[in-house]
Design a protein around this ligand. Structure first.
Ligand SMILES: C[S@@+](CC[C@H](N)C(=O)[O-])C[C@H]1O[C@@H](n2cnc3c(N)ncnc32)[C@H](O)[C@@H]1O
Length: 194
């Protein structure tokens, strides 16, 4: 894992730390979201083992994407998903809406995914970056603002995004995360427009 971290992440600009939202917490969040907005595409930005992507496909009508930089984690996500499909009824319609990709959120998501209505950020921010280096999540927002006119919902786990034109902080709620020693974590909800 250390070798992969050095080859696929820029150690000076990326945290190796894990930061997962608890699946039941995401289920509650999406259930609330479905009451407020149409969920027309969901992307877990930094999808790790992919469980939140599978969950989102099961409980929303949307195509659900996960993009994961780590080849080891992405391969494990695909293996686990293939196993789940073989054990469950693979003919269930929602299973055809899961897309687990390996690569960088900044260059490997297809246009269809970038048009999604909902984006979940679970990537940990890196505290001190070299001068001129911006957080990946901020560069990803640049990308989203370039490619669609419609408004999207951003759910940021545990941290606030930097203020910018077109970004409105709507509200925040506490939910359970797996990494936080039984403490709930704040989920910030934003609307992003151009
Ligand atoms: C804390 S994990 C979250 C996993 C998953 N979303 C969950 O909550 O279960 C964050 C993931 O973001 C991935 N990541 C970091 N930078 C990335 C990038 N530029 N593109 C895609 N994934 C990235 C990391 O490899 C890590 O697996």
């Amino acid at each position: 894992m250390h070798e992969e971290y050095c080859s696929h992440f820029r150690p000076e600009a990326a945290s190796a730390a894990w930061e997962e939202l608890e699946p039941r917490a995401l289920a509650r969040l999406l259930a609330e979201e479905l009451r407020q907005e149409a969920v027309e595409g969901f992307v877990d930005v930094g999808s790790g083992l992919g469980k939140l992507v599978v969950l989102a496909a099961a409980i929303t009508p949307a195509t659900c994407w996960g993009i994961e930089l780590s080849p080891v984690r992405a391969a494990e996500a695909r293996r686990a998903w293939a196993q789940l499909q073989s054990e469950a009824d693979a003919a269930l319609p929602w299973t055809r809406r899961v897309r687990l990709l390996q690569g960088s959120c900044l260059k490997d998501l297809p246009a269809e995914a970038l048009e999604a209505s909902h984006f979940l950020f679970t990537m940990r921010r890196v505290g001190k970056l070299p001068r001129g280096t911006r957080q990946v999540s901020e560069r990803f927002l640049d990308l989203l603002q370039q490619c669609a006119a419609k408004e999207r919902v951003l759910l940021s786990v545990g941290k606030r995004l930097e203020p910018r034109d077109g970004l409105e902080h709507v509200d925040a709620c506490f939910l359970r995360a797996e990494w936080s020693d039984e403490e709930d974590v704040l989920i910030h909800r934003y609307i992003l427009s151009r």
